[in-house]
Ligand binder design. Structure first.
Ligand SMILES: *[C@@H]1O[C@H](CO)[C@@H](O)[C@H](O)[C@H]1NC(C)=O
Ligand SMILES: *[C@@H]1O[C@H](CO)[C@@H](O)[C@H](O)[C@H]1NC(C)=O
Ligand SMILES: [Ca+2]
Length: 237
């Protein structure tokens, strides 16, 4: 699940414009679940410098919100979770490999976390139209917002993996993603959460309505760290 197919409309230079242009991403499709006037946060240099570093994997720092003093009991919607991470020069976790997935599953298991937000997002907003490569959306329409890397087809075991991380069950007792809440009341399940046995299905990936409030895992953002490093010479990151 590597980021080999960049999403062209997000492929922007590492300048402040990338932060600003990324804002367009937030104007998502679903007026029912999206509060108006909410934007992606820019990094805050001092917070980046003092960001929580719970563990490191492949040179990037991570933290689980439940392990910080400030967010110990916080549950927030998907965009709020991204923005909390982004002020620290991080973003919600992007799970590109099975090894990284095992690390996140273990973190959830060992801490008995009920669920967490990841940066996974369905490309179902403006800019995602007329993209045959993303069809059918439920199979090929998912990507990691933090890195803009494509998520492999949801219905088969990807190269380098020995299992499908998406749950085989859920509200409708069918494999994920199932967009189940859409059938209930028209809310699209556009965000990717790892749930801990909520449907008797073990720890596994689910598509979930982005308005749900959950704890979260942040991961260093190369892009935001580079930007803050370049604009704050000498800052310890
Ligand atoms: C996955 O979905 C695609 C697109 O609908 C389909 O062509 C393919 O056969 C499916 N693969 C499996 C293993 O079900
Ligand atoms: C849709 O249904 C879910 C589950 O019952 C509920 O929590 C949510 O508030 C509903 N959303 C709307 C927009 O009615
Ligand atoms: Ca679902």
């Amino acid at each position: 699940m590597t980021g080999t197919v960049p999403f062209g409309f997000f492929a922007l230079a590492l300048t402040v414009t990338s932060c600003l242009a990324a804002i367009s991403e937030v104007k998502t499709n679903n007026p029912v679940t999206q509060k108006p006037g909410r934007f992606l946060s820019l990094p805050v240099a001092q917070k980046c410098s003092q960001r929580p570093k719970e563990f490191t994997y492949k040179g990037r720092n991570y933290f689980y919100s439940g392990h910080t003093q400030q967010y110990k009991t916080s549950k927030v919607d998907w965009l709020e979770a991204r923005n909390i991470c982004r002020e620290y020069c991080m973003d919600l976790v992007s799970i590109e490999t099975q090894e990284e997935n095992n690390l996140i599953f273990r973190l959830i298991q060992q801490n008995d976390a009920p669920y967490i937000w990841t940066s996974g997002r369905l490309c179902d907003f403006k800019g995602c139209e007329n993209r045959p490569d993303l069809e059918p959306k439920t199979v090929n329409g998912w990507f990691w917002s933090a890195t803009r890397g494509k998520i492999s087809a949801t219905n088969q075991t990807s190269a380098g993996w020995t299992y499908i991380p998406w749950s085989k069950s859920g509200h409708k007792k069918t494999p994920q993603p199932d967009n189940a809440e859409f059938d209930i009341n028209g809310t699209v399940e556009s965000c990717l959460s790892v749930l801990n046995n909520v449907y008797g299905d073990g720890i596994a990936w689910h598509d979930i309505g982005c308005y749900h409030e959950k704890p979260f895992v942040c991961e260093d953002s190369d892009e935001l760290l580079s930007y803050v490093a370049a604009t704050n010479p000498g800052l310890q990151l």
